[in-house]
Design a protein around this ligand. Structure first.
Ligand code: TXA
Ligand code: MG
Length: 341
């Protein structure tokens, strides 16, 4: 299949491209679209055949459910059985934005989208281009991250092209994503709200609105063998580059000393900032603030593959605020190999 590239920086000015993307979606096709978090691989969430094509294009295991994207709060009751107070409070605080809520699903959401669960993940993205395409389609849009299963989520159109060219009808280039890691996922389908995946909307912010929020075991530690995850996506070796990644917990000085003492081919460092000037190995920089680290992390992982890195020593991010999301993703890239210095 030929994949067309549509450039949209301003949905008003590039209206024709927005309309073309929407026509493809209404016709049951697949379009990679920008969101504020990462690029998503979009399809009509109400059409089981279209949604099934997402799984094919990504090589996604069929037991990993998709997030359904809406572009107006009024669309929420159309896809979920009821809207609890807590969902309204969260929506008022964080929508449109990088927060996904798990709620009991209505029949209209096909089983292929929810992977057979009786809940559905819903998100209202804030990216002007992504939102404009969803609005123009007039549909709820199922969209996982627009990468091949197993590789890091794409934060720019070039990476979507690398993974999905020839597999989807269109890729919309809306520039680099601002957030850089996938949305925060919280389930409201149980008595106590529980954080399933940390993101740019932090645990602290969620607690500020809801009071108590539990944190799923899979967020900060490796899922035990044989344990059924609450969020099926948690069990997959996600976000993994080809290189082996080792997280090093310690000060900047300890990091530099350790990395410089290593011998071998194609050893790289993934550092935060100024400490890298002391490194005698090649390195990439994630940035000094958790927000910068979140924005750069996935692109750094992909770049390390491009450069042929075989072993990567990475600084360990802090685990609070947006840092929790950065830690969660990089720890998974490292298969939870964390070494204290
Ligand atoms: O920022 C994002 O959320 C991006 C953009 C494109 O919106 N999307 C994204 O989708 O990251 P995906 O499919 O890569 O991740 C969805 C996560 C998976 O871990 C999946 O298991 C979980 O959400 N999930 C989806 N539906 C669920 C449900 N009903 N119950 C529990 N977890 C669910
Ligand atoms: Mg994904």
């Amino acid at each position: 299949m030929e994949t067309i590239l549509l450039r949209v920086r301003d949905p008003q000015q590039d209206r024709e491209a927005v309309q073309r993307a929407a026509v493809i979606l209404r016709g049951g096709g697949l379009v990679a679209i920008p969101t504020e978090t990462v690029y998503g691989l979009a399809a009509n969430a109400l059409d089981p055949a279209a949604a099934a094509r997402i799984f094919q294009a990504k090589n996604r295991p069929p037991d990993n459910p998709l997030i359904v994207h809406i572009e107006a709060l009024g669309d929420l009751p159309k896809i979920v059985r009821y809207v609890p107070h807590k969902a309204i409070d969260l929506a008022e605080a964080f929508w449109p934005g990088p927060l996904t809520m798990i709620l009991p699903k209505r029949e209209v959401i096909p089983d292929v989208v929810s992977a057979g669960l009786d809940t559905v993940a819903v998100r209202f993205p804030s990216h002007p281009v992504g939102a404009a395409i969803i609005r123009e389609s007039g549909l709820p849009i199922a969209a996982p991250s627009a990468n091949l299963a197993g590789s890091p989520s794409p934060t720019n159109a070039r990476r979507c092209v690398e993974d999905l060219s020839g597999r989807v009808e269109a890729i919309v280039d809306g520039g680099p994503c601002q957030v850089g890691v996938e949305s925060t996922v919280i389930t409201l389908a149980e008595d106590t709200p529980r954080l399933l995946r940390p993101g740019f909307i932090t645990l602290e912010q969620l607690c500020g609105v809801l009071g108590d929020v539990a944190v799923d075991n899979a967020v900060l530690s490796k899922l035990e063998e044989g344990v059924k995850p609450s969020s099926p996506g948690m069990k997959y070796k996600h976000y993994a580059p080809k290189a082996r990644v080792v997280l090093l917990e310690g000060s900047a000085e300890e990091f530099v000393r350790f990395v410089n003492g290593q011998h071998g081919k194609n050893i790289w460092a993934l550092a935060f900032g100024p400490e890298a000037s002391g490194l005698k190995k090649p390195y990439l920089l994630m940035g000094e603030t958790p927000e910068e680290q979140a924005q750069r992390l996935f692109e750094c992982l992909r770049e390390l593959d491009d450069r042929g890195a075989e072993l990567v020593y990475a600084r360990c991010p802090k685990k609070t605020g947006v840092g929790m999301a950065v830690f969660n993703r990089i720890a998974r890239a490292a298969a939870f190999t964390i070494q204290k210095l």
